[in-house]
Design a protein. Structure first.
Length: 286
């Protein structure tokens, strides 16, 4: 099973750019095209929040059109740039979002890997939260299938990354969530967005990670006082998390765009192993 992760799409109304600079809609279209060109297509696509830039109804309509070419199921969770009510209005018909209740969290049991989407949004705030209600919900869902390989996906990372200004708006309640997740060794991965960079950490007895954005990236600045966070236009990317019962979940980052190649590995005559297959046994023994 291949799980594609796209994140921080920051879709705008048609014709408008994010921060007056980033054509996020065109960049999402390029990412969707890249996914559909893969010779081995993903089985599902997860989008881990900041689906739109401002949570506007027009942005969700544009998002729906941009995602339409994907032939596999697509599962969305909101981020701090989203608005639950507008997201729900446009995507409710897909059938996996809860019909009522405050949070847009859910479990997908249709695949070899169980998928748990978490809603970490605090309306009007940049940071996220796993509050008591959400922690209890997560614990209940994990306890229902403790033997199933499981991926949790969410917008705000519940762990610290060293990107100090972003860490200030990460997922609060992360330690409480870690206490729960650590009791379920079947959690293969906690997949996040929000930080717009490729980041991995050992956390709660599993691996937690952040995928780069399909649009702009957060500048890498590990100074303790790195405020304000700046963005740049490093290559847009998505991740492929490949599951097999033999090797578990293995994750790859793929860049969207043409960077040259593919080229064949034609070995230089000076390469140490060049011609090794034809080396005479006597020579090899010297
Ligand atoms: Fe974002
Ligand atoms: Fe975010």
């Amino acid at each position: 099973m291949i799980i594609a992760q796209i994140t921080d799409l920051h879709v705008r109304p048609p014709g408008r750019f994010a921060y007056d600079r980033v054509n996020t809609n065109a960049m999402l279209k390029a990412a969707v095209d890249a996914l559909m060109r893969l010779e081995r297509r993903p089985d599902v696509v997860l989008a881990s929040g900041d689906l739109t830039d401002c949570g506007l109804a027009d942005e969700y309509v544009a998002l729906r059109e941009l995602l339409a070419p994907l032939s596999m199921p697509v599962y969305l969770v909101p981020g701090n740039h989203d608005r639950r009510e507008n997201m729900r209005a446009v995507f409710q018909a897909d059938g996996y979002l809860p019909a009522d209740g405050e949070f847009l969290h859910y479990v997908i049991d249709d695949h070899p890997v169980r998928l748990i989407g978490l809603d970490t949004v605090v309306p009007g705030e940049g940071h996220g939260l796993m509050c008591l209600r959400r922690l209890n919900w997560l614990e209940t869902q994990l306890a229902r299938a403790p033997g199933e390989p499981t991926v949790i996906f969410m917008h705000h990372p519940p762990f610290l990354t060293g990107l100090a200004d972003m860490d200030r708006i990460n997922c609060r309640g992360g330690d409480s969530m870690a206490d729960i997740v650590a009791r379920f060794p079947n959690v293969e991965r906690v997949l996040c967005g929000h930080h717009h960079r490729p980041i991995q950490a050992r956390w709660a007895g599993t691996l937690a990670s952040v995928s780069p954005s399909t649009a702009h990236q957060v500048a890498l600045d590990l100074k303790p006082d790195n405020s304000p966070t700046m963005f740049n236009l490093e290559p847009p990317a998505y991740q492929l998390h490949v599951w097999s019962p033999y090797s578990g979940l293995v994750s790859h980052t793929a860049y969207v765009g043409d960077y040259g190649g593919p080229y064949p590995f034609v070995l230089d005559p000076d390469y140490p192993g060049h011609g090794a297959d034809n080396a005479a046994p006597a020579e090899a023994a010297e």
